[in-house]
Design a protein around this ligand. Structure first.
Ligand code: ADP
Length: 610
């Protein structure tokens, strides 16, 4: 019971939170409500007119007033216009009324549907943008732990689920809910005793709907996860298409994908069973109620007080209630889907963004970088990755990090722009603790060329002047490209600097992409430059050229280089050998070679470096 209560409370909280997304467009919401109200009213009016029409066909008996002609509006109209003969009224005004009803009903339906879609799409717009903005600010720990496919599917699929709920469910709730209310009030008005019969089946229907809707929620959660799985497999297959082909992984990828789609299919089928069974069940129960009405109506005294028109109209109205009533119950499945999707979306929106508690900003820094007994453990990991790292790099110095793969070099470099926060120890930039600086300010002093060069679907020039560097002049971009030895090959591209780079830069070779990334870093002109295997994809010749160019660039800044090929760091002012999270050796190339220890071993041509 307590559990039921709390899940109910949770649902109410979810509804309330979803409602905050509707508030900015409440005017559209209101117009939609008015539109559907008009639609529902016209439905009842049509039955009302029918009632009058049938009674007026009673001709004489109606005319001589034996039986009162039913129909609220038509009678009202006849009285106002002083038309005493129902048949005259039926011949002249009723056809006009029928057309008018259809026109207003159509207009109401348009208004209701259009404005509700407006509301739904506004919610998508807001949710998507919020999710993406949140994504750009989430800590690296969150991003690294999540499968990218799931994040993508949340923004594409889950958000759509919420809209479909807002538009479809609210449309049905408004349109059909209001129709049910209007028709029901009409039934009470025409004969409340008969209407009581109707009420007998309502609790039964409620019970069925409750059970089914719980099942819908469960299936919807599973469906969302499975959509995430599908997107994940596709993303991986696209990103690793070459490896997949070379390593003959097509069959296993196909079977992974088929497993994901089969799971999705099974859930869809389960959903379909519940969805398809709900409507007919409700329909049968309602028909049962109507049959009961006919039986009671024809066997009891209550019918004698009704005109034939009223009785037919009553049955028509009772029958007409079935469809909207069914629709209202079917909406529950959509609402459950939406709530499941909304839960997932709000969970991400509630994730804490990167901790940005630093308030200091340094307009410019010289580049004194100091690590003082820094320890670091990845969130959730058991073992420490960095175990007491201490070093100092002064402006203009090139510090190289070498050592076996997995030693912690990239992790160490990642602590400088605070992708992760050190668990212990101090990292300072120009004697300021980096966590006292605001993230934006700290990162504005750092340029990074990472192992995985990611280029964006834009022109070459825009890829170099990326992010907040958009206002750099073309001359500056060109100068940076020259220094990165990228200028010549860029000019050879079909549209030079304006050549669009395909998705993730597929038009360029690995070395070319790296040179663009280096040009980007040079353009940023930051006092701290981090190069994580930045020249690994270059051939020897280009690497030599870039090295000499970089010497120029590095002159006034602090450069941290992680290098695979030891030839590239021989000129470093300081080489740190990192192994198992510790600096095991430190010195210049010559000193370390003379030491004949770790570095010297790494340097032996006969032994594979890592
Ligand atoms: P290197 O750059 O020297 O090759 P890394 O810094 O990439 O080494 O990795 C150091 C250690 O940290 C490795 O054992 C690796 O498995 C672990 N590691 C790297 N990234 C993560 C992460 N996001 N979460 C948990 N552990 C990680």
């Amino acid at each position: 019971m307590a559990k039921k209560q709390s899940s109910f409370k949770k649902d109410v909280r979810l509804y309330k939170r979803l409602l905050t997304y509707l508030l900015p467009v409440k005017w559209a919401f209101f117009l939609s409500f008015v539109g559907f109200g008009l639609y529902a009213a016209m439905d009842v009016l049509a039955v009302d007119i029918l009632q009058y029409l049938i009674d007026s066909l009673g001709g004489e008996s109606a005319a001589i007033g034996n039986i009162e002609t039913g129909g609220i509006v038509a009678n009202l109209l006849a009285n106002t216009l002083n038309i005493s003969d129902p048949l005259t009224m039926a011949k002249t005004l009723i056809p006009i009324l029928m057309v008018l009803i259809a026109v207003f009903r159509g207009f109401g339906s348009f208004m209701g549907n259009f404005f509700m879609r407006y509301v739904g799409n506004s919610v998508v717009l807001k949710l998507r943008n919020e999710l993406f903005e949140q994504l750009t600010q989430l800590p690296m720990a969150y991003i690294n732990n999540k499968q990218s496919g799931k994040l993508v599917s949340r923004i594409t699929f889950n958000v759509e689920q919420v809209t479909s709920a807002v538009t479809n469910a609210l449309t049905t709730l408004f349109r059909d809910g209001l129709t049910v209310i209007c028709l029901f009030s009409y039934l009470v008005y025409v004969n409340y005793k008969l209407t009581l019969t109707f009420l007998v089946v309502i609790p039964l229907i409620g019970l069925i709907v409750n059970v089914v809707s719980k099942r819908f929620r469960l299936i919807s959660h599973r469906l969302q996860n499975s959509m995430g799985d599908i997107t994940q497999v596709v993303t991986e297959a696209v990103n690793s298409s070459q490896d997949m082909r070379v390593y003959g992984a097509q069959a296993s990828e196909n079977s992974r994908f088929q497993k994901a789609t089969l799971y999705n299919f099974r859930q869809k089928i389960k959903e379909a069973v519940a969805d398809a069974a709900l409507s007919p069940t409700v329909q049968i129960l309602l028909t049962f109620a109507i049959a009961l009405l006919v039986w009671i109506g024809l066997n009891s005294h209550s019918v004698s007080s009704l005109s034939p028109g009223s009785f037919v109209a009553y049955l028509v109205a009772a029958g007409a209630i079935a469809k909207p009533f069914r629709q209202v119950t079917s909406v529950l499945s959509i609402i459950q889907k939406a709530l499941a999707a909304a839960e997932d979306i709000f969970t991400q929106l509630d994730e804490v963004t990167e901790k940005d508690t630093g308030v200091k900003t340094l307009p410019s820094v010289k580049g004194h970088l100091r690590f003082d007994n820094v320890h670091f453990t990845y969130p959730g990991a058991e073992k420490e990755t960095l175990k007491g790292i201490s070093f100092y790099a002064k402006p203009g110095e090139m510090v190289a990090l070498v050592g076996g793969s997995g030693g912690g070099k990239s992790t160490l470099a990642g602590l400088i722009p605070r992708f992760y926060d050190a668990t212990d120890g101090r990292i300072t930039l120009d004697d300021e603790l980096i966590d006292e600086l605001s993230l934006d300010n700290l990162r504005s002093h750092i340029a990074l060329v990472s192992q995985h060069v990611v280029l964006f679907n834009d022109t070459v020039a825009k890829n170099i002047a990326y992010g907040s560097m958009g206002d750099h002049s073309f001359e500056e971009i060109e100068r940076a490209s020259r220094l990165a030895h990228a200028h010549d090959f860029i000019l050879r591209l079909p549209q030079g600097y304006d050549t669009p780079i395909g998705d993730n830069g597929v038009l360029l070779s690995g070395g070319q992409r790296q040179r663009i990334a280096i040009a980007r870093a040079i353009l940023k002109n930051a006092p701290i430059l981090i190069m994580d295997e930045a020249t690994s994809a270059l051939d020897n010749e280009s690497e030599q050229l870039i090295q000499s160019a970089l010497l120029d660039v590095m002159k006034d800044r602090t450069t941290l280089v992680i290098a695979h090929r030891l030839t590239t760091i021989q000129r470093a002012d300081k080489i740190l050998v990192v192994q198992a999270g510790q600096i095991v050796e430190e010195g210049t190339h010559d000193e370390l070679i003379a030491n004949a220890s770790h570095y010297a071993k790494l340097n032996q041509p006969s032994s594979p470096p890592y």
